[in-house]
Design a protein around this ligand. Structure first.
Ligand SMILES: [Zn+2]
Length: 73
């Protein structure tokens, strides 16, 4: 018998970053400034995702563990 393919639960966590060109330094070089927006996202290989949500609205680790297994670092 051929085994069925399954979409395993494997959660990825992302933190949103925004950037802007900084003022030129003494060499005239412009670097990109980056910072976190405070939004985070959890997405599972099964298709489930929180979308971008404020950090304090992210489901608890216990909920993630219960529904989708161990989050990947
Ligand atoms: Zn899942």
């Amino acid at each position: 018998m051929t085994e069925q393919w399954t979409t395993d639960h494997k959660v990825t966590l992302l933190a949103q970053v925004e950037s802007r060109p900084a003022a030129a330094d003494s060499q005239g070089q412009r670097w990109m400034e980056r910072r976190h927006t405070g939004l985070v996202l959890a997405a599972c290989n099964c298709g489930w995702t929180t979308g971008w949500v404020p950090k304090d609205q992210m489901p608890s680790t216990a909920e993630l563990l219960g529904r989708h297994g161990v989050p990947m670092p």
